[in-house]
Design a protein around this ligand. Structure first.
Ligand SMILES: [Fe+2]
Ligand SMILES: [Fe+2]
Length: 168
């Protein structure tokens, strides 16, 4: 059974959100590279790559379900920030918006009785919980570090040790 037109449109929108997140994380990486926080930059590069993987999961799913991929345009991301904390707060906000749009997709799919899409989306719902938690933890650590340069450098080092989720 092919995906409905309304779900096709919503999935295409979601592909746009994931690519937009990937773009935004790349821009955050460039900010950190500019000010020589290599660990935070590595974190953002990793994150940018993961968002691209998410976009491609939707892309492949849409094709598998007989849909047409219509890539939406992507806005230019922000490239200027005042502190690492500000970047991670922007990251959390972005993740929360993505979570909301995945919930919206889920509701659309379940209202239509498209159980294949409902099942497909479950992975993303769990993934968003994980991502929001990871970013939230970093925000807590950065708040605790406040303006202490040594503490922030320690967190930069900690960020460089982050690994991609193996289950992906
Ligand atoms: Fe994502
Ligand atoms: Fe994400």
């Amino acid at each position: 059974m092919d995906v409905s037109e309304s779900l096709e449109a919503a999935i295409n929108q979601q592909i746009g959100h994931e690519f937009s997140a990937s773009h935004s994380y790349l821009s955050m990486a460039s900010y950190f590279e500019r000010i020589a926080y290599d660990g935070f930059a590595a974190w953002m590069h990793l994150q940018s790559g993961e968002e691209r993987v998410h976009a491609m999961k939707f892309y492949n799913y849409l094709l598998d379900r007989g849909g047409v991929v219509k890539l939406p345009s992507i806005e230019a991301p922000r490239y200027e920030y005042n502190s690492p904390l500000e970047v991670f707060e922007a990251s959390l906000q972005q993740e929360q918006e993505v979570s909301k749009s995945i919930y919206h997709l889920y509701k659309l799919a379940s209202d239509e009785g498209d159980y294949a899409t409902v099942s497909f989306l479950k992975w993303f719902i769990d993934e968003q919980v994980e991502e929001e938690k990871t970013v939230g933890d970093m925000i807590d650590k950065l708040k605790r570090a406040q303006d202490n340069p040594e503490a922030i450098l320690l967190l930069d080092r900690f960020a460089s040790e982050r690994k991609s989720g193996e289950e992906e």
